[in-house]
Design a protein around this ligand. Structure first.
Ligand code: AMP
Length: 426
């Protein structure tokens, strides 16, 4: 597949691709679009950053445009469910961009914002409804939406729906859909409950998969920096003296931690904000907009809030705290390797996080190169792999951690070349 023109998409969609500057379909697009244009159900294993939104959005727009009459009031022809407001908003924005030369309406509904404008939009008639499950169920109960004209149902980030406890809501919504429909499901991972949901919703689906290893992880230059927990803030401040860190997403495990880091950076005169579930919707949107426009240099986020954040030009991701779920690490660092681009991910690792690092390295099937040339490097933490879980990780015979522990300080800078760092870590 060399360009979009081979995909049999309608001209107005191809024009929109040109406007967007997309020349070549990403692998998930090249695999999904033909199957979806044939009308097949599809199960896609792919995460944000792979171009999955366009993979389902383009065939959907193509299909709707083929007979785009006025939609009936409160009866969308396509439903896209997303777990978070941010993701729903981004899908809506993508649909509008990709459909800019078509006469199709898209509406986005999610909780935490006034419902009136959403009801008004629905009553005018929408072709595509993008929704988070809770708000959609409210609107269904109040009679503002009916799903019996839905031709295409798309469930995005099904695994995150599971994490957030939305599966019962998803099942309720699915029960209100017509039996005859096209169903598309995307998930970054396939835990058993997501698999059984897929079995119930999809009929003879095409399976497409892009391994995160090949798409995201390999494009990101990764570094781990070992240090004591109480030195993390000082190190973060020092790193941010480097003006090459232009747009940085910083991750913490907790909401409280996100606020503390944002405050610390603010005190140092760094333009930044925090985004997490305790913040009001308008505060989250303001933070995201500031980060997107470049007004904010840093955004501090928790995993759930950051899920699906799609901001171009994130030069660095800093894991102020490592995630306890390896999958989240891949999601986090993927924020800096948007389709085609590379990026740099810097992880702080304290003594208690060694076990998390070990799990992450196992999940990504590579060791993260160590960067020791910073003032707070701790050999002790670097050399102690943490408690050994039976049959997993542990110490090698020389007593060092199995992965990437340096014997002496590395000369390469944390901004340096990944290949070189991997070689020197070998
Ligand atoms: P997604 O995985 O859908 O969140 O998309 C990730 C990013 O890739 C978004 O910023 C898209 O605008 C961008 N993108 C999607 N498809 C392409 C493509 N074929 N060529 C270049 N960029 C793309």
């Amino acid at each position: 597949m060399t360009d979009f023109s081979g995909l049999n998409l309608a001209q107005p969609i191809l024009r929109a691709m040109k406007d967007e500057g997309y020349t070549t379909p990403t692998p998930i697009q090249a695999k999904s679009i033909p199957a979806l244009l044939q009308g097949r159900d599809l199960l896609g294993v792919a995460q944000t950053g792979t171009g999955k939104t366009a993979a389902f959005a383009l065939p959907l727009l193509h299909r709707l445009a083929e007979n785009a009459g006025r939609p009936d009031r409160g009866q969308p022809r396509a439903l896209i469910l997303a777990p978070t407001r941010e993701l729903a908003g981004q899908i809506g924005a993508s649909l509008r961009a990709y459909g800019r030369h078509l006469r199709l309406n898209t509406s986005v509904v999610f909780g935490g914002t006034p419902v009136r404008p959403q009801i008004r939009a629905l009553s005018r008639g929408v072709h595509v409804l993008v929704a988070t499950p809770g708000r959609l169920i409210d609107l269904m109960k109040q009679g503002h939406v009916r799903l019996d004209r839905v031709e295409v149902f798309i469930l995005d980030e099904a695994d995150r729906m599971l994490d957030m406890g939305f599966i019962p809501d998803v099942r309720r919504i699915a029960a209100a859909l017509p039996k005859r429909r096209q169903t598309v499901m995307f998930s970054a991972t396939m835990p058993a409950l997501v698999k059984s949901l897929a079995d119930g919703l999809l009929e003879d689906p095409a399976h497409v998969e892009v391994a995160p290893g090949a798409t995201t992880v390999e494009k990101v230059e990764q570094r781990v920096l070992f240090l004591a927990k109480d030195k993390k803030r000082a190190l973060l401040g020092e790193l941010l003296n480097d003006q090459d860190i232009k747009r940085v997403l910083i991750f913490t495990r907790t909401k409280h931690g996100a606020d503390r880091v944002a405050k610390h950076l603010g005190n140092r005169g760094i333009r930044c904000d925090a985004i997490h579930g305790n913040k009001a919707q308008n505060a989250r949107e303001r933070a995201l907009a500031g980060f997107r426009s470049g007004n904010l240099r840093a955004l501090v986020a928790t995993d759930i809030a950051a899920r699906g954040i799609d901001v171009e030009g994130v030069t660095h991701v800093i894991n102020f705290e490592l995630p306890n779920i390896p999958e989240s690490y891949v999601h986090r660092i993927g924020r800096t390797a948007r389709a085609g681009a590379g990026g740099i991910a810097i992880s702080f690792c304290d003594h208690d996080e060694r076990a998390y690092l070990r799990d992450i390295e196992r999940a990504i099937r590579q060791s993260v190169p160590v960067f020791a040339d910073h003032p707070y490097h701790s050999d002790e933490i670097a050399n102690d792999p943490g408690p050994t879980v039976k049959g997993r990780g542990g110490r090698s015979r020389n007593g060092h951690a199995r992965h990437g522990t340096p014997k002496k300080k590395r000369p390469n800078h944390y901004r340096g070349n990944a290949k070189r760092a991997r070689r020197s870590a070998a």
